[in-house]
Ligand binder design. Structure first.
Ligand code: NDP
Length: 309
């Protein structure tokens, strides 16, 4: 199937859906392709407490609300994944995993980011067998066990707190002696009797058995005295940040700071006119749901201006 559209939005996080709401209201008839994880990263979190107007809302509920809003505004939402994007052609060409082709006069890239891994051999070996990057997906498997969480940002602290619901004990291991996470989250972490924090330490190896494949312990190294110790645990959650999901645009758009799409100052315009980027694919600084939504709004307004010119 081949489809022509004035505006193709790729991605279904807060940036994509907000762009869709604005573009639909501007009567651009946008098509939004949801991607492999409809709703994006917020669908694998629990409570969101910093979305204005909602004191507390579950991440998946927030994304369902945004999707409903975009649909109600008139967006054509398609549950597919774009696997190829050609930005050298104009109109731009996007091909989805089921072979559909979309010819688009403008594009808003809102493909977000994905969890980073440490890159250890043993991490790879036990992925899905005790090693995870998603507490809400896999925490349940570690009832009454000891779990290690690696990282010191908001994700690590939120995951550690969430895991205390299941675990006997959660050990947060951070490479420095201060956390990067919001102060309110830090306070909750330090006050939780199930949590122990090990400072200045890096994960060196995950130790386990082959039959059945599972984790038994981790080896960590203290950065101050280079001493290595082993800690018994059944689960290891890696929460060391996120990298932009930029596979579609590599070698086509200018990127910087580890693969984030470059946009013009105070704008979502990329290095190719008619292609806009919003949310975690371009934002290496704020990376919040509400800033992503703000950028989605900017991108839709800029796409509208581009199309009318
Ligand atoms: P961050 O980049 O904020 O934090 C990553 C953490 O992992 C840092 O503490 C970093 O250490 C550590 N780290 C990075 N690389 C390594 C490594 N190779 N080995 C060991 N440790 C490592 O990522 P997050 O995923 O936590 O958050 C991403 C963004 O999303 C942030 O802007 C955050 O505010 C936002 N976010 C907001 C939430 C909310 O508002 N509720 C929830 C979750 C995320 P170091 O500190 O030494 O650099």
């Amino acid at each position: 199937m081949q489809k022509k559209t004035k505006l193709l939005i790729i991605g279904s996080g807060p940036a994509g859906y907000t762009a869709a709401i604005y573009a639909s209201r501007a009567l651009l008839d946008p098509i939004l392709i949801q991607g492999i994880q409809p709703g994006g990263q917020l669908t694998i979190t629990t409570e969101v407490e910093n979305w204005p107007g909602e004191k507390e809302i579950q991440g998946p509920d927030l994304m369902t609300n945004l999707e409903d809003h975009a649909k109600a505004a008139g967006t054509n939402i398609i549950n597919n994944t774009i696997v190829k994007l050609d930005l050298k052609k104009y109109p731009f060409l996007a091909i989805s995993d089921n072979g559909n082709e979309y010819e688009a006069e403008s594009i808003i890239l809102a493909t977000g980011a994905q969890a980073k891994w440490l890159g250890l051999k043993s991490e790879d070996k036990y992925k899905g067998f005790g090693v995870s990057a998603c507490a809400t997906c896999d925490g349940f498997f570690f009832r009454n066990e000891i779990i290690a969480v690696i990282g010191g940002g908001n994700t690590a602290v939120e995951e550690a707190l969430f895991l205390t619901k299941f675990a006997k004990k959660v050990i947060l291991i951070h490479r420095r002696d201060t956390l990067r996470a919001e102060k309110i989250l830090q306070e909750r972490l330090f006050n939780n009797p199930k949590v122990e924090v090990i400072w200045n330490s890096e994960l060196k190896e995950i130790i386990g058995i082959d039959s059945p494949l599972c984790v038994e312990a981790i080896k960590i190294e203290n950065q101050k005295n280079n001493k290595e110790i082993e800690i018994a645990c059944k689960g290891v959650f890696i929460a060391i940040g996120h990298a932009p999901s930029n596979e579609l645009i590599l070698n086509q758009l200018e990127t910087h700071n580890g693969g984030y799409v470059v946009t013009k100052p105070n704008s979502t315009e990329t290095s190719i006119p008619g292609v806009f980027a919003a949310g975690d694919i371009t934002d290496f600084k704020y990376r919040q749901a509400v800033t992503a939504a703000g950028m989605g709004c900017m991108a839709a307004l800029e796409a509208e201006k581009f199309l009318s010119e």
